[in-house]
Design a protein around this ligand. Sequence first.
Ligand code: NAG
Ligand code: NAG
Ligand code: ZN
Length: 608
Amino acid sequence: MDNLNEKGDLLPSATGITSAPKRSLLWQYAKLAAVCFTVGYILCGYLYPATRPLSIPTFGCTKSAVSVCAQSGALKPSNEALLNALYEQFADPVFVNKSAELLGASVRIPTEMYDGLGEVGEDDRWEKFGAFHAWLEGAFPNVHATFKKETVNTWGLVYTWKGSDGSLKPLMLTGHQDVVPVEPQTYDQWTHPPFSGYFDGEWIWGRGSCDDKGGLMAIMIAMETLLKKGFVPKRTVLLAFGFDEEVSGMRGAASIGNFLLETYGENSMAMLIDEGAGYSEIMGAMYAAPGVGEKGAIDARLAVKTKGGHSSTPPKHTGIGILSSLVTSVEANPIPPRLTRSNPFYSTLQCIAEYSPELPKKARHLIRASQKSDNALEKLGEWAMHELPAGVAVLPIGPSLMSTTQAVDLIHGGVKSNALPEQAYAVINHRVSVSDSLAVVQDHLVELLGPQAAQWNLSMEGFGAVVSADSDDAPKAGSLVLSDTFGTALEPAPVSPVEGAVWNVLGGTIKTVYAHNDGLPASIRRAKLESGEQISTEINMAPGIMSGNTDTRHYWGLTPHIFRYAHNRPEGIGNGFHTVNEAMGIENFMAAIEFFTTLAMNVDEANL
Ligand SMILES: *[C@@H]1O[C@H](CO)[C@@H](O)[C@H](O)[C@H]1NC(C)=O
Ligand SMILES: *[C@@H]1O[C@H](CO)[C@@H](O)[C@H](O)[C@H]1NC(C)=O
Ligand SMILES: [Zn+2]
């Protein structure tokens, strides 16, 4: 393994001594110590080979807290006969068409979600979920006969398939019933109407076919089929479907999260799978990259108040002018991106270095060297910022994952063209890197804008704390108030463990499913085979990270083992999410059904 070469980085003192002019006794000792250290280090390498997590320092083997992309093997349930029977069923063309028909029918019930809805029970636009619930009952009779169905905040759905052993923590599978709206003026750009759910033999068309009715239907079909084939779980399976994920899940998943916390308590689930990243090729190797973290978010508001008055005798700068200069300053001084070893994106890079043949040599060297060298880590950050290709929607890699981003998305001020504005504000949407925190963003803004507020003779309040007060002795010309605009600031999600039994069951399941059905659309497979391209049956696990948020933000208390993973590959999700011509490839969909089926069986008997 060539990363042994890079151990030199660890021996700076020995290198320093080499250049010492006098080879004293001390030098002899130092040399001996260096040799011992090196031997010890290599031994550590043997004791802690790459396939084991390297985070625990033992015998003085203080390797950096980095797991070099540990992989576990494919995992099949002990009842392989049942698994094979299920797989056979999923390959049956009649069953395939039935599955496509179910997904299409779910798309035909529009469940578009908009900003600014009133409370459930008051605003009747929530009622559309009634039709969806009723349809589910008819479409999945076995699930509805066997599972306990509960509704939370009227439209949230929780299904419980009670296991025979109540001492085992449940498996929790989640998704959302709502979809993003279709812009009416784009209707005519759709190959098949957005709520047609039309199946043309290859694709199921329509809004939600991928996000997230595809996920929800794959879970339901997997459960229905497991039931029909006589599977009896030891471990309880919980299904939880929110209804306003596309507007932050404050009424749906938030209520479900509270309900489950009250019912089961903290840390009560073995594993939670929600929508999220998928699997894809990166630089010559296949990866499944469950999102093990999520960026945080804050909408920071900069509000400037100044004296009003008639604009015939104006000051040199009005409140709008002052606000503009503050906004300019924020844009000119973003929080510097930084790659840290605890960022799951860093782990993704380690995996790419381990398995991707097409990664440039220089990058591979940097990625490996960065395990121990901070200098290499910094250079790697630069490389990832500027040279790494951006990845694909289901498997994002690249700059945004190591940056706290900012976008000035709202500005408001003034009421009349001949009156000085008394109030002006701007809202900056920040997506907070897992290496940063809300406090980092808030401190950054306060430190950046504090001196400027003083220059403008403004009192200042920063996120609830007085930075500089107005007083009778030193009156101010106005005020600057920084705040969390909607009170919805969200810390980056806790990073889920990427070693141990839970991660291995997930990885082992994905490997089994991928080897059996890689989800590639038939037309693309034909083209690949004709051009002589090899189609691999191997897939690696890589910890991924989400740059957006899912409903899982409301489930943090239920388990540390949260994975945002939809078993989708880019070739199988047509044009992507939230777009015109959203469409789900049938092979991709069937692979997702296999994934949930295999996962349920594997998790049932795993020691978690
Ligand atoms: C499945 O559906 C497609 C598209 O409607 C159709 O062409 C095909 O004949 C169907 N196959 C079966 C087995 O029903
Ligand atoms: C700040 O503004 C107040 C009110 O206009 C004024 O009285 C005061 O002198 C100003 N202070 C400075 C340092 O400009
Ligand atoms: Zn979604």
